[in-house]
Design a protein. Structure first.
Length: 208
């Protein structure tokens, strides 16, 4: 985490309310705007389209015209093999074209299988994994205590209920040392519909 803080970049961490996922997911169809697709499980295709929508919005907000994009993901259900990897690349490219208002450079979509053996790709992909896992744990811990959270911040109280690993990563997510910028977003489904809120993680009482 100390090494990661030296990266020139932005770490965006999304947490989705399960009730809101349907709004960001599309059902599987074999014939799409990019052409015919092989069979996909509904869960996997829903995740792929959900990721595509969120990525399209994010990339449009931070890109510049002509900028190249290299996207690395784990070998999970959205790219479990060569065929699905190829179809996912086409579909994600489609979402980027829909959301991005200007011209982009080259788009490459790879997995950690492309690691050259030096583990640099694996190490880089581990960063968002740690961040997302920690955010999920924090939100689960605070679920029974709604008074601990607000629109702008989540307070993670010290105590035996908080695993040491979660506390360490949460302190890193809530910190601002180094050149890496960190942004935590929660997508909620409330009575008024779907909403996105930004928040910081507070791990020390004096930060309140």
């Amino acid at each position: 985490m100390t090494a990661t803080d030296q990266l020139q970049g932005l770490l965006v961490n999304f947490a989705l309310d399960k009730r809101a996922t349907d709004r960001l997911s599309e059902g599987y169809i074999s014939d799409t705007t990019i052409g015919p697709l092989g069979p996909w499980a509904q869960r996997s295709f829903g995740k792929l389209t959900r990721v595509g929508h969120l990525a399209g919005i994010l990339v449009e907000g931070v890109r510049r015209d002509g900028q190249n994009l290299i996207w690395i993901t784990d070998e999970d259900e959205i790219a479990p093999n060569d065929l699905k990897h190829s179809e996912a690349t086409k579909l994600l490219g489609h979402y980027l074209n829909v959301y991005c208002s200007g011209s982009m450079g080259h788009f490459r979509f790879g997995t950690t299988a492309s690691d050259a053996g030096d583990l640099l790709v694996e190490d880089l992909a581990a960063v968002p994994d740690l961040a997302a896992g920690c955010l999920g744990e924090v939100l689960s811990l605070l679920a029974p205590h709604p008074e601990s959270s607000s629109v702008e911040r989540l307070f993670l109280p010290a105590g035996s209920d908080v695993p040491a690993k979660v506390a360490d990563i949460a302190m890193w997510l809530g910190g601002s040392s180094g050149s890496l910028q960190k942004l935590n977003l929660v997508i909620d489904e409330g009575s008024g519909g779907c909403s996105i809120r930004k928040f910081s993680i507070v791990t020390k009482l004096e930060e309140l």
